[in-house]
Write a protein that binds this ligand. Structure first.
Ligand code: LMR
Length: 399
């Protein structure tokens, strides 16, 4: 049977890590997969997370099952973190939340829920989008189609083209948005863009699927959730896939949540029962540890404040690295071609290099980035910014 399986290409992002690990160079630099690194080049366990883990381990008396919905206080905390405490869908009991194995698990669960609800259209995905979005959606049997998003010439957004494309969609079409820190481009929608999108989506009766994987790493916890909160306020039906990988530094623990908002409390209760059924059929229930840790952090005022302070420090470090990298690129190229990097947000920017240049950076300079020339700015330890900028300038060519 297994002779029928054909060899597959490595995952576009995880394959970068594999290639990096296999490189014996002692001066190699990994700007591939999106993990935050501190000035020492480490991806630390956040202090608030470590403290919560120690408390949990000290008081844990059982490893008995939690259930397909996962940790309820965690799901409640994610609802409030994402939507804000005073969001009308919370008071109206129109939102249901379920713990999922990471943001990817939440996206897959959301896709399965759409499929189960009889959705036969294409999920509209920004051009470009995170390399795993389309596989996660098509893996659930859904079709996808791109909508205009990134302006490769300016590093900004094609707002007018995007709105025109959304206006042409059939009512009920599902549109996937990045809440903030757009992956792979770093080009985010402004609040005015979100307002225009929300108005159009409401008029056209479109459904939003929002991926929020970097809350707090762009401009702030509330700022990075502005679009998700607005869409949840203005539209009758919204799905939100939440990830705690980056903002809690819980990558390997696989912590996420799916929030489902429907038109009425009754429909939401039914949707929640189906979400649990889907979880049961796919993986039975999520891993406990990460969700319990995040619930502990969010449920304790001192830990929550400590986490907030650490996240703020991470955010300002990433924003500082953005400015440093853009300035280094200006010095290395003698032009403002890469100035857009300073004005973008989150962990990523896309340099607009051809695949051959990305490969030359790997083979000749031992600098690793995603094949589409996405760099993880949060991956710089710091001092290597100049070296990376010089290497990029040497392969970038004229434009
Ligand atoms: C990334 O985009 O690098 C991260 O979201 C990690 C991943 O799973 O792809």
């Amino acid at each position: 049977m297994f002779q029928n399986l054909k060899p597959v290409a490595p995952d576009p992002l995880l394959g970068v890590t594999e290639a990096f690990r296999a490189d014996p160079s002692t001066s190699k630099i990994d700007l591939g997969v999106g993990v935050y690194r501190d000035a020492a080049g480490q991806t630390p366990v956040m202090k608030a997370v470590r403290e919560a883990e120690q408390r949990l381990i000290a008081r844990q008396t059982t490893k008995a099952y939690v259930g397909p919905a996962g940790n309820r206080p965690f799901a409640e905390a994610m609802t409030r973190l994402t939507l804000g405490d005073a969001h009308p869908v919370i008071a109206g009991k129109r939102v249901a939340a379920l713990q999922a194995p990471g943001g990817s698990g939440a996206l897959r669960l959301g896709a399965e829920l759409l499929k189960l609800s009889g959705y036969t259209g294409s999920v509209q995905v920004s051009d470009p989008s995170w390399a795993n979005h389309v596989p996660l959606l098509t893996g659930a049997g859904l079709a996808t189609a791109p909508y205009p998003y990134y302006d490769r010439a300016t590093g900004g957004i094609r707002s007018a083209d995007m709105l025109a494309a959304l206006e042409r969609l059939e009512p009920g079409t599902v549109v996937l948005f990045h809440a903030s820190c757009h992956n792979p481009t770093g080009a985010d929608l402004t609040q005015a863009d979100w307002q225009a999108i929300a108005t159009l989506m409401a008029e056209q009766r479109l459904v939003a699927l929002v991926d929020i994987a970097y809350q707090g790493l762009g401009n702030g916890l509330a700022e990075d959730a502005f679009g998700a909160r607005l869409l949840a306020e203005r539209l009758p039906e919204v799905l939100v896939a939440v990830s705690c990988s980056k903002n809690f530094g819980m990558y390997r623990e696989r912590v996420g949540a799916l929030l489902t908002i429907t038109e009425t409390a009754e429909r939401t209760a039914i949707a929640m029962a189906h979400m649990q059924g889907l979880a049961r059929r796919m993986y039975s229930m999520p891993p406990d540890h990460g969700g319990a840790v995040v619930a502990e952090v969010c449920g304790d005022a001192a830990l929550r404040a400590a986490w907030d302070a650490e996240l703020t420090a991470m955010r300002s470090r990433v924003n500082g690295l953005r400015r440093d990298f853009a300035a280094a690129m200006r010095r290395a190229t003698g032009s403002g071609r890469f100035d857009f990097i300073a004005g973008q947000s989150g962990m990523f920017s896309m340099l607009g290099l051809p695949p051959e240049a990305v490969m030359t950076l790997r083979t000749e300079h031992h600098i690793y980035m995603a094949p589409d020339s996405r760099v993880n700015i949060a991956g710089f330890a710091g001092p290597e910014v100049e070296r990376v900028a010089a290497a990029i300038a040497s392969v970038a060519g004229a434009r």
